[in-house]
Design a protein around this ligand. Sequence first.
Ligand code: ADP
Ligand code: MG
Length: 443
Amino acid sequence: MSQVMETEPILIVDDNPNNLKVLSYALGSARFKVAVAKSGEGALKQVQYKPPALILLDVMMPGMDGFETCKRLKENPATKEIPVIFMTALDDTDNKVKGLSLGAVDYITKPFKTEEVLARVNVHMKLRSLSKQLQEQNQILEQKVTERTAELALSLEKLKETQIQLVQHEKMATLGQLVAGVGHEINNPVNFIYGNINHAQQYIQEVITLLNLYKKKFPEPGAEILKQIEAIDLDFVVEDLPQLISSLKEGTQRIAQISKSMRTFSRSDTSQMVKFNIHDGLDSTILILKHRLKANEKRPAIEIIKNYGNLPEVWCYPGQLNQVFMNAIANAIDALDESNQGRSYEEINADPNKIAIRTEIIDNGDYMAIAIEDNGPGMSQEVKAKIFDHLFTTKPPGKGTGLGLSISRQIVEEKHRGKLRCISSEGLGTEFIIEIPIYKSSD
Ligand SMILES: Nc1ncnc2c1ncn2[C@@H]1O[C@H](COP(=O)(O)OP(=O)(O)O)[C@@H](O)[C@H]1O
Ligand SMILES: [Mg+2]
């Protein structure tokens, strides 16, 4: 039947050698493994090093009697599960009851009837084996439940991460659409103004020429006209008007540039790679972050030092790369602002905030590198080890999400098969290097 029978013996405890002999013989012939003890003390010792499957325990023994032995067995967590069957005189009801109340599972009566002994022993061995199996099953189940719970907790964690990422992604997409939309909407009226300004400029020039001609032909226009000329300060108007038009033109040109940058920055390109001028991406990102770079009451403007190499247009997902540039530059601005804390305007001015952006071709033209470097506070090695971790941030809630670099790494390394590296140490600034393969495939 079970393993229990093969490995664990039945322990017979009795001070009467004859009883031991009779029972040993009966159980042995039924192929049970048998162990014997001649006293309660002996039994307690034996169960320590060779735990039995079942104990047949005599009640009356000199020294420690059966009840005391049973009590001790039940008190010890290591032995309390071993079933105990008492051996008692036929009509000794009190002892039978006492034995059962002490935790015995059954009793057999003396003089022994072999069939009865075997029948009872069989039942309890079977029960013991079943309960052991049940225990094992329980343990397996518990183990499984623990494992599943851990798995579920992990899935939940992953789900939460994915959700945050989705929300972030959605936000970026919406923001991108907004920027693209605004850029697009501005474009038409700006072109409209820009186109008309040229005509206005021309008309004004013609009117001024005509005025000058009038002046020459009719040097005495009369009191009324002279009065009006003086009232409007005609000389000033004639001098200022062309300059005014030039400024309008300049302003309009700038708006057109912003609108173009907005459209460049927010190019939606999720489905396939397109050829893109990385410098346009960097420039449009800088323009969009301009409000954060310019001087304020606490510090002078952050200086942007561009050092662009001679890059070809590359196959990439421009909108996503711009997101990487945006995050790197925004992180640099955050870091610089942090390092400015506690420094006066003059102190900052003496060692101004700088962000250097360098591009170059590396690896014999196989890759291009875009390095974004700041002279901010840098980071400790502990922080540096974690910056690419999802949700890792050292910024206060509401300011940092800890998503920027993990998403950036995903965009650079998974989407573009490139590499995103960071060089930084405390007090020595930070440099992020983005390396993107240059595909020279079908043009
Ligand atoms: N240029 C930098 N200088 C110093 N620390 C930086 C710089 N860029 C990133 N870090 C560190 O990396 C962390 C993670 O950046 P990021 O993933 O963009 O998340 P977030 O900007 O929301 O904190 C930042 O909280 C900051 O501690
Ligand atoms: Mg960031």
